[in-house]
Ligand binder design. Structure first.
Ligand code: SF4
Length: 228
């Protein structure tokens, strides 16, 4: 999976080495990712209270499995083997193990790739995300944030196919720019706002459709239990 697909496929990032101090990259990067609608989880052995109001744990083994999508590390390269062994030992294997700029580890690749983990090294997750957004515009960014936050609040998953998700958000953004509202990409508009307002995403039918079909008609919001 390329970096852009990773950042459209997953919406939760656990930051190991998340700082309590604004102005440090290990605080500012998680903060910015949170502002973009990602669900951020902090791991800091010295934390006595939640950092940036995010769920905060002192040890990785305390992080609930449901949060283990992207694990992003802000620790020196020499500490990576220990962190990786610790993750494996505690069965805390994420979908993606991401090392920030300047952090590399061949050990991480050798140990985690056979377990099906995508390993990214020496890349800033925020720069990678901003690069994805640079191909789009602010409307796209705000809709992607909206659908992430809405899906999380309702316990839905988003379409697991990064290209499909991109396509749906692009269509919603097009409608927002053209009509001024996030009209549904897959339902025809009548031109009468009173009728069409039912089709502003999330449309009035989505809940029923998710219950019945496992996903809404456009395939944006999914019942997580119906994902393969
Ligand atoms: S079908 Fe899905 S994507 Fe389309 S408007 Fe309804 S909730 Fe939004």
């Amino acid at each position: 999976m390329n970096l852009q697909h990773i950042l459209l496929r997953y919406h939760t990032v656990v930051f190991i080495g998340c700082s309590r101090h604004p102005g440090k990259p290990s605080y500012d990067v998680p903060r910015a990712m949170k502002d973009h609608g990602f669900f951020v989880v902090c791991v800091n052995p010295l934390a006595e209270e939640p950092i940036m109001n995010a769920p905060t744990y002192r040890r990785i083994e305390e992080v609930p499995d449901k949060y283990l999508e992207i694990v992003d590390v802000f620790r020196p390269s020499r500490e990576i083997p220990l962190i990786v062994r610790h993750l494996i030992h505690h069965g805390k294997v994420p979908k993606v193990f991401w090392m920030q700029e300047g952090i590399r580890s061949s050990f991480a690749k050798e140990a985690l790739s056979p377990l099906g983990v995508e390993v990214v090294e020496d890349r800033c997750i925020l720069k990678a995300y901003l690069s994805l957004l640079s191909r789009r515009d602010e409307v796209y960014a705000s809709i992607l944030k909206f659908v992430r936050v809405y899906a999380r609040a309702r316990g839905y998953a988003l379409n697991p196919d990064p290209e499909k998700l991109d396509e749906i958000v692009l269509a919603l953004a097009y409608n927002q720019r053209t009509h001024g509202y996030r009209f549904c990409p897959c339902r025809p508009l009548s031109g009468n706002f009173e009728e069409d307002k039912k089709k502003i995403c999330p449309c009035v039918w989505h809940e029923e459709e998710i219950k019945r079909d496992g996903h809404c008609r456009c395939g944006l919001f999914w019942n997580p239990e119906r994902l393969e």
